[in-house]
Ligand binder design. Structure first.
Ligand SMILES: Cc1cc2nc3c(=O)[nH]c(=O)nc-3n(C[C@H](O)[C@H](O)[C@H](O)COP(=O)(O)OP(=O)(O)OC[C@H]3O[C@@H](n4cnc5c(N)ncnc54)[C@H](O)[C@@H]3O)c2cc1C
Length: 236
């Protein structure tokens, strides 16, 4: 495994406390502090790309928000290019199920029930009023200009080197490896062809697990076969 990050220090609470992410972002001990080239569609701004300096990557400093996302929306799109069929929902969702122990009843969409301590939580009130972009941006014409001035990746840069078989792609889809290189595997957020609107750590881990297992020659997990429910307005 190629890894330039340094080891975790057990005394370092900043890497063990999800709420500490604001204290490590921008700190060069933890964050590589990358920035993009001036972005032509973002008012020529350089957009920050916070990336971890530690072993196992950005999960060492991330916020630990874990969302499966909408696997059908994301994965069926991944699998729609020629050669990328193995990344469909049927073959990838079992890895989500395995990684997500569930305190609720086991069902076809969820992993096995886990005996997990449920901590008493205090409801947090929040203001539902609009914060961004606010009332100074009202018309359809103003929104793209605000976006160019203000948008960022929110720590989720991805899809810059998508896997596929065409000439613009970087990794070949199966096994995921740089085109023309046989014995190197690439599984990371940039290789994803697309994501839906969930936080991406869990969706990145899903193909990483699948790819690791296939590289080790493990028997593939049984495919997910349950049907999908489509929402159609006229049925309501
Ligand atoms: C501050 C922050 C908060 C986040 N919060 C969340 C969250 O709450 N929920 C969520 O779902 N996602 C979150 N994310 C996003 C998520 O953590 C990343 O999208 C995900 O970890 C990306 O995985 P990756 O394997 O592509 O890259 P990384 O996890 O960044 O791994 C890249 C690895 O490559 C190594 N490396 C870098 N350069 C070299 C080199 N030259 N040679 C060898 N190795 C190298 C690094 O040390 C690192 O281990 C957050 C990210 C950040 C930065």
């Amino acid at each position: 495994m190629l890894e330039a990050g340094h080891s975790h220090r057990t005394w370092d609470v900043l890497t063990q406390m999800p709420a500490a992410l604001r204290m490590v972002i921008g700190n060069s001990l933890y964050d590589r502090r990358y920035a993009s080239e001036p972005e032509p569609h973002m008012d020529a701004r350089r957009v920050n790309h916070e990336r971890d300096r530690l072993l196992v990557g950005s999960s060492s400093i991330n916020g630990v928000i874990s969302k499966r996302g909408n696997p059908r929306a994301a994965l069926e799109r991944w699998a729609s290019d020629p050669g990328t069929e193995v990344w469909d929902c049927a073959r990838c969702l079992p890895f989500s199920k395995r990684m997500e122990p569930c305190v609720a009843e086991t069902c076809e969409w969820r992993g096995q029930g886990a005996a997990r301590e449920l901590r008493q939580s205090v409801p947090v009130g929040y203001d539902t009023g609009e914060r961004l972009p606010g009332h100074s941006v009202e018309t359809g014409g103003e929104i793209p200009a605000w976006f160019a001035q203000d948008a960022e990746t929110a720590y989720h840069p991805s899809c810059a080197a998508r896997l596929s078989t065409d000439q613009l792609s970087v990794p070949y889809p199966e096994p995921p490896r740089p085109h023309g290189v046989e014995r190197l595997r690439v599984v990371a957020a940039p290789a994803a062809p697309s994501f839906d609107n969930a936080n991406i750590y869990a969706p990145v881990t899903r193909p990483a697990e699948k790819s690791t297992e296939s590289s080790l020659g493990s028997t593939p997990l049984p495919p997910f076969t349950a049907g999908f429910h489509h929402y159609r307005a006229q049925e309501v």
